[in-house]
Structures are given as structure tokens and as C-alpha cells.
Design a protein around this ligand. Structure first.
Ligand SMILES: Nc1ncnc2c1ncn2[C@@H]1O[C@H](COP(=O)(O)OP(=O)(O)OP(=O)(O)O)[C@@H](O)[C@H]1O
Ligand SMILES: [Mg+2]
Length: 257
């Protein structure tokens, strides 16, 4: 019966996506000097450029390599800010004490910079620290996860689920083979166990599910156009309330070496 229902459902379309610049994305990707050894994870500016070229909103960030630079960057962005480790090798920043949130003034930024450096030094990994990034605190919303992986049998798989630092615990992710149609994208959003979170529960506002589906189509299109991408994830992709869209707060992309 389930198979029958699946056969009977509308197939959907591969919709035209607005505000997408695949030429800019291609030249952005080609202009990156991927560090040869450690490499393959693109630097944050390149990740932001690629997402931007596919019309996925990204939270603005600034790079800094000293406490003074971090304070200047934070002053420019405006408070409160987040300060986070930038490293070519360490991709899970929280695990190494590399994420400080809701810093309200310059002294807190300087202290956070020193704390991140000290944590890495203690772990014997100070050399792996390229610097830090500063971001404004993201607007309130629901944290989701969007990612892709290359499967030897199925090809590119697109995943969507509940995001945040605990994704590995919830394991609430649905997958589809890319490319996906608009019906697939909406099904993915509605298909996670925690979908009620997106509909708004316990006084929390619902999430912009249309914008989430749109972001899935855009990520799918990006990895189709740029087959060098082996792996990527946006976690969290914060879903704001309906009509206000989504914003990528943390993203990483690994390309062929
Ligand atoms: N600018 C920001 N505004 C608000 N919250 C933020 C911001 N940056 C990070 N966070 C919060 O901190 C968490 C961890 O940050 P981030 O995802 O950048 O680091 P991470 O440790 O590399 O994550 P992961 O390895 O799980 O992808 C996010 O899930 C989010 O809840
Ligand atoms: Mg993250």
C-alpha cells in the first residue's frame, strides 16, 4: 500500500531557482588555493561565497588573528557577537572549546580569543589555529541541518534534519538521492521525526518550512553544478519564522584534493 501511495504521488518539478549565479560560484571555487596536505575543507570566505552565489543567506563573519583584531571586528559588527575558532583541520569547534557565544562587550571578546588560544595550546594544537571568526548572534529560530555526502552506490545524497551541536545524538535526518524535485524537498522537511518543532510547539514560533525546502533545492543544485564537492554541511541552518527565511550560521565544504 505504501509503495502504491508513493507511486501515485505527484512527481513534482525541478523548479527554476531565482538569484543563483553558477558562473560566480565556479570562478569562486577555482580561485581557492586549497591547502594541499590538510586541505580540502574550504576556508570560510570561500564557503560563504559559494553559498551566497546559490542564494543561501549566510550570517556575516569577520576573520581575526589576534585579540585586538577580534575586538575591532566585533566593534564593526556590533554586539552581541559569537567568537569561533577557524582551523583547516579541526572542524568541530565546540569539541575543543572553540565557540564563545553572546559576548556583549570588547573585553569579553578579547578574553574569548585568549581562551580559545589557551585551549588549543593545552591540547597541543595551537599550530592548527588559523584564527577566529566573529559573527553577530543569529536571530532566534530553529536549528536545522542540511548536508550532502557521496555514496558509492547511490551517488549524491542530500540530508536534512534537526541541527545544532547534538545532531549525532538525535540522528533525526532524512535522505534523498540528488537531484530532488520541489515535492521531494517539501517531503524531506515534513519527513523528519521532529517535524513538530518546525510547526511550532510550546509557545515557540513555527519555522519557515518553505524557505527550508528552497534551501534544500539550492544545495542540491550547487552540488550538481560543482561536482568537485565531496562533502558539505550547514549546521546550523537557522529557520526563522514563516516569511523570514533561513540563515546559515556554520557551514563547511570539502572538495576533491
Ligand atoms: N552566530 C551565532 N549566533 C547564535 N548562535 C550561534 C552562533 N554561532 C554558533 N552558535 C551556536 O553554537 C553552536 C555551535 O556553533 P558552530 O556550529 O559554529 O560550531 P561547531 O562546533 O563547529 O558545530 P558542529 O561541529 O556541530 O557543526 C551552534 O549550533 C549554535 O547553537
Ligand atoms: Mg556547526
Amino acid at each position: 500500500m505504501k509503495y502504491g501511495q508513493w507511486l501515485a504521488r505527484p512527481e513534482g518539478k525541478y523548479p527554476q531557482l531565482e538569484g543563483l549565479d553558477s558562473v560566480a560560484a565556479r570562478s569562486r571555487l577555482e580561485s581557492v588555493e586549497v591547502p594541499p596536505l590538510l586541505g580540502r575543507w574550504l576556508p570560510p570566505e570561500a564557503v560563504e561565497g559559494l553559498l551566497g552565489a546559490y542564494g543561501i543567506p549566510v550570517l556575516e563573519s569577520r576573520f581575526a588573528t589576534s585579540a585586538d583584531q577580534a575586538v575591532l571586528a566585533a566593534n564593526e559588527l556590533g554586539y552581541p557577537v559569537a567568537l569561533k575558532l577557524v582551523s583547516e583541520t579541526i572542524t568541530h569547534k565546540t569539541d575543543v572549546g572553540g565557540v564563545y557565544l553572546d559576548l556583549k562587550e570588547s573585553d569579553a571578546v578579547a578574553l574569548a580569543f585568549e581562551a580559545v588560544s589557551a585551549a588549543l595550546e593545552k591540547a597541543g594544537k595551537l599550530e592548527e589555529m588559523s584564527g577566529v571568526m566573529l559573527q553577530r548572534m543569529a536571530p532566534e529560530g530553529i536549528e536545522t541541518f542540511v548536508g550532502i555526502t557521496q555514496d558509492p552506490s547511490y551517488g549524491t545524497l542530500l540530508g536534512f534534519g534537526i541541527g545544532g551541536i547534538n545532531v549525532e545524538i538525535w540522528k533525526d535526518v532524512v535522505f534523498r538521492v540528488n537531484p530532488i524535485t520541489d515535492v521531494d524537498a517539501a517531503d524531506m522537511v515534513e519527513g523528519i521525526r521532529g517535524v513538530k518543532l518546525l510547526h511550532g510547539v510550546r509557545g515557540r514560533k513555527p519555522a519557515d518550512r518553505e524557505a527550508l525546502a528552497d534551501a534544500l533545492l539550492r544545495v542540491g543544485r550547487m552540488v550538481q553544478d560543482l561536482p568537485e564537492i565531496l562533502e558539505m554541511d550547514i549546521n546550523p541552518l537557522v529557520a526563522l519564522e514563516p516569511g523570514r527565511g533561513v540563515v546559515a550560521v556554520d557551514a563547511r565544504i570539502r572538495v576533491k584534493g
